[in-house]
Design a protein around this ligand. Structure first.
Ligand code: THU
Length: 166
């Protein structure tokens, strides 16, 4: 038996003003679009802003449905919107914000497992790490790659890996 430790690195900022200017702008976009989320069932409003390598910014928010699984999270709305328009431009950064009753959540918002998987796909697709900015009142978390959000992720590399019959 062998035990391996996998380390993730999380940078924590106290306020938006401490972030680099580009990140501040992107997070402001995520905050702005949060207010337009369609979330009548959860009342949890999420906004995401994606910066592509070509400089374009795409925003999205959660879109809920009375048949709950038919809805979609803000991160995937923004991510798919961005790459639907620019399939050849890598995803540089995604900023995510969330609010309840119009007020930014205390704890930094954490993307769900499916959104982490979608971000992992975008990273492998363009072979470039994606910066992830997660907004909250108590702290703003910044990760420099999806590896810190989804260690041991499944990707096309696994689909292609050889297997040996025993
Ligand atoms: N949600 C997001 O849009 N992103 C997240 O990071 C967490 C959860 C949405 C899905 C659903 O509309 C609502 O928040 C409650 O789960």
């Amino acid at each position: 038996m062998k035990t391996t430790e996998i380390r993730i690195i999380v940078h924590e900022f106290k306020t938006i003003g401490e972030l680099p200017e580009n990140d501040q702008n992107l997070l402001q976009e995520a905050r702005r679009i949060t207010a337009m989320a369609y979330a009548p069932y959860s009342g949890f409003h999420v906004g995401a802003a994606v910066l592509l390598g070509n400089g374009h910014i795409f925003t999205g928010n959660n879109q809920e449905n009375s048949a709950y699984p038919s809805g979609l999270c803000a991160e995937r709305v923004a991510l798919f919107y961005a790459n639907a328009n620019f399939p050849d431009s890598e995803v540089r950064t995604i900023a995510v914000s969330a609010a309840k009753n119009g007020v930014l959540v205390n704890d930094a918002v954490k993307p769900c497992g499916s959104c982490r998987q979608a971000l992992a796909e975008a990273e492998v697709r363009f072979e470039k790490p994606i910066r992830i900015i997660l907004d909250g009142q108590d702290s703003i978390l910044v990760l420099n790659g999806v590896e810190s959000l989804l260690p041991l992720s499944f990707s096309k590399k696994d689909l292609a890996s050889p297997n040996t019959p025993r």
